[in-house]
Design a protein around this ligand. Structure first.
Ligand code: BG6
Length: 274
């Protein structure tokens, strides 16, 4: 099941009755998920590089142990998305569902950037629904604090068709202006959007011209909604200038006020089902 690109970049390909998926060993990065007879759920940039040390543009990058650039010692969105993870067990739970496990432990390199002992385990269930569970265990003898996200890029018919429901009434930090606001209506897109919603425990519904997608999160109370729009998209790596029309990111996060402290020998888990 492990496949290799010509440059040696490795990924796992999963296929069952309900869906197909592809997951890179670098970053345990799910970059393709497609239910039978549906268009792919996840967006993947056709300009994305697949090479060691560069994050894939699209799918579900894992931002860990830091979301964004709130820790100046770490790269943007942490280091987990650009290092090799260990592939564990692959199990057929039934004819519709395949479960994969990946893990990442601290190393000499990680301790130079972030000096803690840890174990991060990712479980992915590929089936009629997509489930992702990211568990962080503190293996050190001092507490540590993380921010993190399952940075999901959803494939949409066209950005102007998109609405996101379920965040009405929620407070958010506008990362572009650093101002705090409250969301009044459903979200629509006609400019760059980069927001961290707080206190989110409800189902989020993403609608476009083709379908309606329900996202359920647990363990995370912050949700990042992001689309770079025209100018930022033109400046971004691994993206063609028009790419902003094809995706929206709804990221299941522990970010800003929702950062989490994990005590020694304790764990924290976030779970996304879509
Ligand atoms: C989002 C951030 O989570 O990720 C954006 O809110 C950022 O500000 C985007 O531009 C992409 O980040 P990166 O590091 O993958 O280019």
């Amino acid at each position: 099941m492990i496949k290799k690109l010509q440059n040696g970049f490795e990924y796992v390909e999963i296929s069952n009755k309900a869906a197909i998926a592809k997951i890179a060993l670098q970053g345990a990065h799910l970059f393709h998920y497609e239910r039978s007879s549906e268009i792919p759920l996840l967006w993947l940039s056709d300009a994305s590089k697949f090479e060691l040390g560069t994050a894939i543009r699209g799918g579900v990058p894992i931002c860990w142990p830091s979301f964004g650039n709130n820790n100046p010692k770490l790269p943007q969105h942490g280091f987990a998305r650009t290092v090799m993870w260990q592939l564990g067990e692959i199990q057929e739970l039934d004819e519709d569902t395949t479960q994969l496990r990946f893990s990442l432990e601290d190393s000499k390199e990680s301790r130079e950037l972030w000096d803690y002992k840890f174990l991060v385990e990712l479980t992915i269930r590929v089936g009629k629904t997509l489930e992702m569970e990211l568990k962080t265990t503190n293996c050190d003898n001092v507490p540590f604090t993380i921010t993190q996200a399952l940075h999901t890029y959803f494939n949409v018919s066209a950005i102007e068709d998109v609405t996101i429901e379920g965040l009405e009434g929620k407070k958010y930090l506008d990362a572009l202006t650093l101002q705090h606001h409250t969301q009044v209506d459903e979200i629509r897109f006609s400019q760059e959007v980069d927001r961290v919603y707080q206190g989110v425990e409800d189902t989020i519904i993403l609608k476009d011209a083709n379908r309606e997608i329900e996202l359920k999160n647990s363990g995370s109370k912050s949700v990042v909604v992001w689309n770079p729009w025209i100018d930022k998209c033109a400046r971004m790596s691994g993206m063609k200038p028009d790419a902003y029309k094809e995706f929206v990111c709804i990221e299941s996060a522990n970010a800003y006020e929702d950062k989490r402290e994990i005590l020694p020998n304790k764990s924290h888990t976030i779970h996304l089902s879509v």
